[in-house]
Design a protein around this ligand. Structure first.
Ligand SMILES: [Zn+2]
Length: 187
């Protein structure tokens, strides 16, 4: 039994075996983080996983390496644009071919207070550099850490707008709720 702990891809257990072999620690091969859809996976030479995922039903994609901390949400040629699946796959494949980082453990799903603070810190960070409507795409690089659905995020943004109106304001119209990042004072 102990041997299987060190076997990366254990041979299939005999049909009569009463227990499954112990799995290798999760490196992202089967990881389905909440709030995003993992579309493709690539493997580096040392078996770290590079994910292509979308938090917007395929409208835009992100690339994240679970070995090093490489992340990409844009395709930069003459101008930056959101990643199509083809572009994301190209970047993920290129990164996987040259990354030497060994797999790191995937981030644990944060509990509610931790997730709330992650989101609020991200929104406060947007305030420093931006003014205007909150865009979900600005959260794309946080989604593998946050591990929450869009609905959860909208609920939490509503709560934040109530509790931190100097940072975030909610504007409700017949089309839904839009959140606005507030300008830093003194500008
Ligand atoms: Zn990497």
């Amino acid at each position: 039994m102990a041997l299987t702990l060190f076997s990366r891809r254990p041979a299939p257990a005999p049909a009569a075996a009463p227990v499954e072999p112990e799995p290798w620690f999760e490196t992202g091969e089967t990881w389905t983080p909440e709030g995003v859809t993992v579309v493709e996976r690539y493997w580096t030479q040392v078996h770290a996983v590079v994910l292509v995922y979308t938090a917007a039903q395929g409208y835009r994609h992100s690339v994240a390496c679970l070995g090093c901390h490489y992340q990409e949400t844009q395709y930069k040629v003459r101008y930056s644009s959101l990643l199509t699946l083809e572009q994301a796959a190209e970047l993920a494949n290129a990164h996987a071919a040259q990354c030497r980082a060994v797999p790191r453990e995937i981030p644990a799903r944060p509990d509610e207070p931790a997730a709330r603070e992650l989101l609020r810190a991200a929104v406060r960070g947007m305030r420093k550099r931006d003014y205007g409507a909150f865009c979900f795409s600005d959260l794309d690089t946080q989604r593998l850490v946050l591990q929450r659905t869009n609905d959860w995020i909208v609920d939490e943004l509503g709560r934040m707008a109530d509790e931190e109106p100097d940072v975030l304001k909610a504007s409700v119209s017949e089309y839904g709720t839009t959140f606005y990042i507030q300008e830093l004072p003194g500008r």
